[in-house]
Design a protein around this ligand. Structure first.
Ligand SMILES: [Zn+2]
Ligand SMILES: [Zn+2]
Length: 328
């Protein structure tokens, strides 16, 4: 499915096209795609809410499939192996951020389905160093949402500083939050979910949230940490109002509407707000290991690849319980 010109998802911007089969170069593998998860970032790209890097482009960065070609010198995978590809497609390995161990901030990072073609396709090229074996415990479709919703959610959870027996707030409850809830509970956190969509409330309750309410509501206890998944700036202030002194609000999204002006008292008391940008390979490895240990159960709604536009519209209107996944 190819994006030639960004438009609102409702006007079906993705078109089914035949494109030449990609060939893996040095250090790369080709993955025959079985499934690809649908992420909010895909929606932002398709609708032109992020600066465009490449057009036309094939979106999709939660790819699970089988390796069917191995480029010269590519290590760690052979034909027939199951492999996953994520948002971080490659880094330069040489900039100041890579040098600091912050490859998620690499100045020359390339992203799957944005700078290079992604997984809304039959085949995708992934550098072997940026591909991941999928734990056997997970089916293809249940693994797909782990690769971005899970990985970014995990990094957001880490950066929120939440630890055992903390009260954690999740603002918005889509693909990422439903995975984070399970990991946070496994860590011993009590989880408070703020969402309006009935399907999301139901799933949060089923997965063991301690409380479910609206973003504007004050939860019964102050929160030690919070993660904002919804791309709506005013919610950052809602989260700060619910947060204890010294707590952190981490922002999981790649974009967000403006954060309204706020009174200093909302952040005084050493409350912190921090964004989360991309992920490192270490985040991805840790998340996959942890997800298998929990074990995380992902809720997925499957769509045929050619229905990618419909999947994006359903996600846009919070009609998917858990994660949307395209089957090639
Ligand atoms: Zn770099
Ligand atoms: Zn994503």
């Amino acid at each position: 499915m190819v994006l030639e010109r960004p438009q609102p998802a409702e006007s079906s911007p993705l078109q089914l096209r035949e494109i030449p089969e990609p060939t893996p170069g040095p250090g790369e593998i080709r993955v025959r795609v079985r499934v690809c998860g649908v992420c909010h970032t895909d929606l932002h790209i398709v609708q032109g809410e992020l600066p465009m890097h490449k057009l036309p482009v094939v979106p999709g960065h939660q790819v699970v499939g089988r390796v069917d070609a191995v480029g010269p010198g590519a290590k760690g995978f052979k034909e027939g192996d199951r492999a996953g590809g994520i948002w971080l497609h490659s880094t330069d390995g040489s900039c100041e951020y890579c040098g600091r161990g912050q490859e998620n901030l690499c100045l020359n990072a390339k992203f799957t389905g944005y700078d290079v073609n992604g997984g809304y396709a039959e085949a995708v090229i992934v550098p072997a160093d940026f591909a991941y074996p999928i734990p056997p415990k997970f089916s293809d479709e249940n693994a797909a949402p782990l690769l971005c919703a899970g990985v970014i959610g995990y990094r957001s959870l880490r950066l929120s500083g939440a630890s055992q027996s903390d009260r954690l707030g999740l603002y918005g409850f889509g693909a990422s939050a439903h995975i984070v809830l399970q990991i946070a509970r496994h860590m011993g956190c009590e989880v408070y979910v703020f969402t309006r969509a009935p399907a999301h409330r139901e799933l949060a309750t089923k997965l063991g949230s301690a409380w479910v309410g609206d973003a504007k509501e004050q939860p019964p206890h102050e929160l030690d940490a919070a993660i904002v998944f919804a791309p709506a700036g005013p919610i950052v202030l809602d989260a700060l109002r619910a947060l204890r002194k010294g707590g952190t609000v981490s922002l999981a999204g790649i974009t967000m509407s403006p954060i309204p002006e706020m009174d200093y008292s909302l952040i005084y008391g050493e409350r912190m707000v921090r964004s989360v940008a991309n992920s490192t390979r270490q985040d991805a490895r840790e998340l996959l290991e942890l997800a298998a240990e929990v074990p995380v159960r992902t809720a997925v709604t499957l769509y045929p690849l050619e229905d990618a536009n419909r999947a994006l519209v359903d996600m846009k209107h919070s009609r998917i319980e858990g994660a949307g996944v395209l089957r090639s």
